[in-house]
Design a protein around this ligand. Structure first.
Ligand code: COI
Length: 355
């Protein structure tokens, strides 16, 4: 954890709100942003005064390092409204910890705890009306940091901007999710930045994912870069495999994002006496399990995606369908997790934090 910032946050309110023009029932993920944003610059070795101000475009020098070397990291979080109009965050300290790990890996300054946590709460408090009640309605929170220092020398910037923007959101995927298992392209390698939530980890997936989309698949399940035999994670979520009644998910490593939803589901499943093993699942094991009927479910887990069933996968030009289940672990875990997030059920793990 990082020392607290000494600066109070300046607040500059927007003259008007655009909330009345938003169709909250038909949101496309990540397209609409609330009236305000938080911004704080790092210069001369220190964080300056943070400001919450109207959401607006910003002016950056064309030589800012973020444009040339992709020195950029982010987080994905959500706020939820309960029936009493209280707004809640889910395990925000986990995102703070991961954000600062990403910062260190990308040679960026760590963000002070209270700038991240209190700044976020203050911003969300101002935008309470944008958090709608009812399961499925959320306010997606996107903290990020970019290198704003100028010059095209390939070296870390000395100036950075930390920002938080907010977007009302429903589901990430609007339809069924089918995946291709990676045989050639890789998301990450040992010693690389795979475990960091770095912008470049996502843009590196765009081309292979575009090829997958053209074939009718929404995502790729990445395999280990060295042998392409072990299943790792999908582009927007960690992945769980249910073989018979055991859940398997790849262990975190230098190549895999340590997902907050992933770790919460593991804890939740174990508390419900579901056996969970964090170990590598081989592609051949998955194919064999699909063929002999022991593969019951595959699902993704992430903040944006929540718990998303995968209906089938393609490997070596063959398509394998997943069965439709009555007693789906994915459905049950999603229900339990979201009951905690929306304060419908008690929170025995102490995961929820009031705004
Ligand atoms: C999230 O789940 O919050 C993420 O950051 C994934 C992103 C691709 C939407």
């Amino acid at each position: 954890m990082n020392p607290n910032t000494t600066h109070a946050i300046e607040v500059l309110k927007a003259d008007s709100s655009k909330i009345s023009s938003v169709d909250f029932e038909n949101l496309v993920f990540g397209n609409i942003f609330t009236d305000h944003m938080l911004s704080c610059d790092f210069r001369n070795g220190a964080w300056e005064k943070p400001i919450i101000k109207p959401y607006e475009p910003m002016l950056l020098d064309p030589s800012a390092k973020v444009f040339h070397y992709g020195q950029a990291i982010f987080e994905g979080m959500k706020a939820y409204k309960d029936d009493n109009d209280e707004v809640w965050l889910f395990r925000p300290e986990q995102n703070l910890e991961r954000f600062n790990k990403s910062a260190v890996r990308l040679a960026m300054p760590e963000v002070p705890d209270d700038l991240f946590l209190e700044g976020m709460k203050q911003l969300i408090d101002l935008e309470r009306d944008w958090v709608k009640k009812g399961k499925g309605n959320t306010l997606y929170i996107r903290p990020f940091m970019i290198a704003i220092g100028t010059g095209v020398v390939a070296a870390p910037s000395t100036q950075y901007r930390f920002m938080i923007i907010l977007s009302p959101a429903k589901s990430y995927y609007s339809g069924e999710v089918k995946v291709i298992i990676a045989e050639h392209f890789s998301r990450a390698a040992n010693g690389g930045i795979g475990a960091a939530k770095a912008a470049g980890n996502y843009s590196a997936q765009f081309y292979p994912t575009k090829l997958a989309n053209e074939k009718g698949f929404q995502q790729i399940i990445w395999t280990d870069d060295a042998t392409h035999t072990k299943l790792e994670e999908a582009g927007t979520m960690n992945v769980f495999f249910r073989i018979n009644d055991t859940l398997y998910t790849a262990p975190t490593s230098e190549r895999i994002l340590d997902g907050v939803t992933r770790k919460s589901l593991i804890q939740l499943a174990r508390s419900l006496d579901i056996k969970v093993e964090e170990r590598s699942v081989l592609v051949t094991e998955l194919v064999d399990a699909q063929k002999d009927g022991s593969l019951k479910e595959v699902f993704g887990a992430g903040t944006a995606a929540v718990v998303n069933p995968i209906v089938g996968f393609s490997y070596a030009d063959m398509y394998y369908e997943l069965p439709k289940l009555e007693n789906s672990f994915a459905a049950m875990l999603k229900e339990k997790l979201t009951d905690i997030q929306y304060k419908i059920d008690s929170d025995p793990f102490g995961w929820t934090v009031k705004v």
